[in-house]
Design a protein around this ligand. Sequence first.
Ligand code: ASP
Length: 586
Amino acid sequence: MYRTHNNGELNINHLNQNVKLSGWVQKIRDKGFIVWVDLRDRYGITQLVFDTERTPKAILDKASELSRECVIQIEGQVIERESKNKDISTGEIEILVQDLVVLNTSKLPPFTIEDQTDGGEELRMKYRYLDIRRNPVKQKLIFRSQVSMAVRNYLSEQDFVEVETPYLIKSTPEGARDFVVPSRMNEGQFYALPQSPQTFKQLLMVGGLEKYFQIVKCFRDEDLRADRQPEFTQIDCEMSFVTQEDVLNTFEGLTKHLIEKTHGIKVEEFPRMTFEDAMKTYGNDKPDIRFGMKFGELNEVAQHKDFKIFNEAELVVGIAIPGGASYSRKEIDKLIDWVKRPQVGAKGMVYVKLNEDGSYKSSVDKFYDDKDLKAWAEKTNAQPGDLIAVLSGKANETRAQLSALRMEMGNRLGLRKPNEFAPLWVVDFPLLEWDEDTQRFHAMHHPFTSPKAEDAELLETSPGEVRANAYDLVLNGNEIGGGSIRIHDKQMQSKMLNLLGFSEDEARKQFGFLMDAFEYGAPPHGGIAFGLDRLVAILGGQESIRDFIAFPKNNMGRDVMIDAPATLGDDQLKELGLELNIQKNE
Ligand code: ASP
């Protein structure tokens, strides 16, 4: 037996008991005649004591040779500590050691195994198994496991069936590139890894399962964006005989359950907002509604004077920054530089100070008088003491720029509180999105999303205006889930693929299996998928998803611990029939 207790378990109630403990050596304090060792395992730290009077000499000698992170097993007696540590549960006791076995030695770790480590990101990733020994990482993995378990329990109770769908499949269009796997047995042919199990879950509905879920890995070969992983996990769900309302209610229930389970907070009914309103009010389809700073559109009240920049703009729009009237000239210049950064891309920024005494001071005093500025203040809901920041230009771009400024100010002013939960359903997304580069429509969600019945006629005349039965669940400014009511009619699915530029032949080749299935009594169905990594991070009050993933990839999509991706040997390439391709490329 390696241990009778774990290292987080013993306290004053165990005094005088004989115990066995195992774990890693966290710290050694060697005074010669007395040695203290902090012994750590997953559950905590227990202090061991060895001394000349009470410990056999051979054991004391062994103790003074221990080094950090070696693995030991001890036997000893629980005694009361002289100087107690109130910060940890085992802080009132220590173990007077009688026997010590070294189970394994350890090289000196490349960084300290402590909550605040001296290891940089890259080093921690390379030695991830050591990083996982640290509390902050370990706790996040345990938290993730608890959230996953809560999801499983909740959905199982609601009668959902967990089904595994295959990883070696054919392309599923979720808007990214596929990772592909060469087939040895079918030379020259490739599987694609699923960007999501979308088509399979729809086939499960045709299969009559009615309620499906899966906590599943998805793979998307996307260009690098901060805090994105090429492989990530979804809570993927699908239901039959449901309307959009049914789906929203079911998954609002799940989300409420998770927030309550992890934080003890009961959230009221989730508000809903149309895509159009979200864009107009927050410049963003995943607004953080924990704070205000709503957009005020100013075309009407700013395009009647001689200020050319505004007059020529498609959209003039502003927000009121709380307390901003007290910013110095220098601070405002810095803010202007910030919106002009290439990542944001504004050409400039007009500002109005709404002083505490009710007076106005603006960067466009030449063009606008107090009466004009008062109208701007009304539109942006500015209060005395605020700074109105105004951007102008093409509508979509300007909204995105102002949204970036709003989020930045939300962060700077501490308005995005990690322990506050503000979920929001964004509904009525457009079905299609016009792509300037390829000069054709793309599915905004995916090609299996159904148009709103009342907009169906527009499909022929102005497809860009058709709204979809598609919805996103937004939490604190992050999209945590998205889904739609699907097309379940073969004709409609063909029409959609056609609109998206697939020829009859291509549609058949890529999605023939789905359209065939639709000919055998496909029920009306719809669903949703949550991004588990991000959901867990938000519930854990963190911005970054990395530490909630046991073995994440870096920004270049590399696993620096196992050093992947890697090249293959000639023999393997040959076996896979890839040899020719390589030679061609050289
Ligand atoms: N398959 C979709 C996605 O991965 C989710 C859904 O429509 O259910 O975003």
